[in-house]
Design a protein around this ligand. Structure first.
Ligand code: SF4
Length: 282
């Protein structure tokens, strides 16, 4: 038996290919003692009863044969950047019941919008509609009227939304909520840090309501739940999903009031919503 076969035999390995130069190096190299670890974190006991050939073989083959002793577990899975707040606060929110959630929102100070709210004597807008809703409509943030009445989707935009839902006979079992529960000053857009802090409330609302379908209006709502930077015009073209709930993307009703040509597109979105709802009932 040649030296290579002896080595493999000693290790109890079936023959493997070993580069000639490594074998030559192996033959030329003085034998050094090696340790074989039995567990990655425990001190390695020195092997007993190994011949010098086996010890040398271990050194030579180590780069070629993966050893359990050298296995390093892969790093823990990193959560997607936009499922962020898997921290203590969001985990606490994720365990709340409806009343606890409502109370937590009404006293929330997690983002700077609470300062404006407190300064102006404003209030949070939790959402409105029946808990047994078939459809959950999600917008961006309350405006001044909505803040006063603590109801999302009021005014002309709200009327437009209601009319569209009424045409498919689905204006009753609808729950409406926003990504942000506090009003941003001067009608400005929601900011990323605000959305990050407020999103766990909305996600818990969805879990508790378990609507049959979701209607997302506007890009901030979309970015939060779909974790996508694609424009509304792209994402609205097909049915999406959020945690296995069919989800339709459409334009914000306030935007539609200013951009009449997109109204017909929004009408197609409502028809898609109707179809998704029908499928969910089968
Ligand atoms: Fe809290 Fe949301 Fe209001 Fe910010 S917007 S203070 S996160 S409830």
């Amino acid at each position: 038996m040649n030296r290579r076969a002896l080595i493999l035999d000693e290790l109890g390995l079936s023959p493997v290919w070993v580069r000639k130069e490594i074998l030559a190096e192996l033959q030329a190299k003085p034998v050094e003692p090696v340790h074989v670890a039995v567990a990655s974190n425990s001190p390695a006991p020195r092997p007993q009863g190994f011949s010098p050939v086996a010890v040398a073989a271990h050194q030579a083959l180590a780069p070629l044969v993966s050893s359990p002793a050298k296995f390093t577990p892969p790093p823990a899975q990193i959560l997607p950047a936009n499922d962020p707040v898997e921290d203590e606060r969001s985990l606490r929110i994720a365990r709340m019941n409806w009343e606890e959630l409502n109370a937590a929102v009404s006293t929330c100070t997690a983002c700077p919008l609470c300062e404006a709210r407190q300064k102006t004597g404003g209030q949070t807008v939790f959402g409105s509609g029946p808990m047994q809703a078939n459809i959950m409509v999600i917008g961006e943030a309350p405006d001044a009227d909505e803040e006063t009445q603590q109801t999302p989707f009021l005014g002309d935009a709200g009327k437009l939304l209601n009319n569209m839902l009424a045409t498919i006979g689905e204006d009753e079992q609808v729950y409406k909520a926003n990504i942000l529960k506090c009003r941003p000053p001067n009608k400005r857009n929601p900011q990323a840090a605000e959305v990050l802090q407020c999103a766990p409330f909305l996600k818990r609302q969805i879990e508790l309501i378990q609507p049959k379908t979701l209607l997302l209006t506007g890009r901030f709502a979309m970015k939060t739940l779909l974790e996508s930077d694609e424009p509304v015009s792209v994402l609205r073209e097909k049915l999406q999903q959020y945690k296995q709930i069919p989800l339709v993307v459409s334009y914000n009703p306030s935007y539609l009031l200013r951009n009449l040509p997109d109204k017909s597109r929004a009408w197609h979105d409502i028809l898609r919503l109707k179809a998704a709802l029908k499928n969910s009932r089968h």
